[in-house]
Design a protein around this ligand. Structure first.
Ligand code: MN
Length: 135
C-alpha cells in the first residue's frame, strides 16, 4: 500500500494526476491489481477518482504519502553519506522503508544530520567500513 501511495504522489507531482496504467507500469504490477488497490484506498478515504482526471490523493492520503516520501528521502540521504552505489542504495531503501519504525527512522535522521555536520566524524566512520562488506 505504501508503494502505491508513494507512486501516486510521484505521478501527481509529475503530471497532476495518477492513472492506473502509469501506476501499473511504474510498479511492474498488473493493471487489475492496481485497480483493486485503488478501490481499497478509495474505501479508506486516501484517494478519490475524478472523472477525466484520474486518481488524486485526498488530504489524508497526501499526508500519508508525504511521510512515505520523506522516509524514503531520509534513508537515501543517510546511505549516500558512505559512498555506496546508487543501485544498492535504492534497492536497500526500498526494502528498509517497509520495516523501519518511526523511532528508528528518527535515530537515522539524527545520525545523518550529525555526520553531515562533522566531516571528521564522517571520515572516521567511512574509514571503518570494510570494502567487500565482509568481516
Ligand atoms: Mn520508496
Amino acid at each position: 500500500m505504501d508503494d502505491y501511495l508513494e507512486q501516486i504522489l510521484h505521478l501527481i507531482e509529475e503530471k497532476g494526476y495518477a492513472r492506473a496504467v502509469d501506476i501499473s507500469s511504474n510498479l511492474g504490477i498488473s493493471q487489475a491489481s492496481v485497480t483493486n488497490m485503488l478501490q481499497k484506498l478509495d474505501g479508506e478515504g486516501l484517494v478519490k477518482h475524478e472523472k477525466y482526471r484520474g486518481t488524486v490523493l485526498t488530504e489524508q492520503g497526501r499526508k500519508i504519502a508525504g511521510a512515505i516520501v520523506e522516509r524514503h528521502q531520509t534513508l537515501t540521504r543517510f546511505l549516500r553519506l558512505f559512498g555506496l552505489d546508487e543501485e544498492t542504495i535504492y534497492r536497500d531503501v526500498e526494502g528498509m522503508e517497509h520495516h523501519v519504525s518511526r523511532p528508528t527512522l528518527e535515530v537515522i535522521r539524527a545520525v545523518a544530520d550529525a555526520l553531515e555536520g562533522d566531516g571528521d566524524f564522517l571520515a572516521d566512520v567511512k574509514g571503518r567500513i570494510l570494502n567487500d562488506g565482509q568481516k
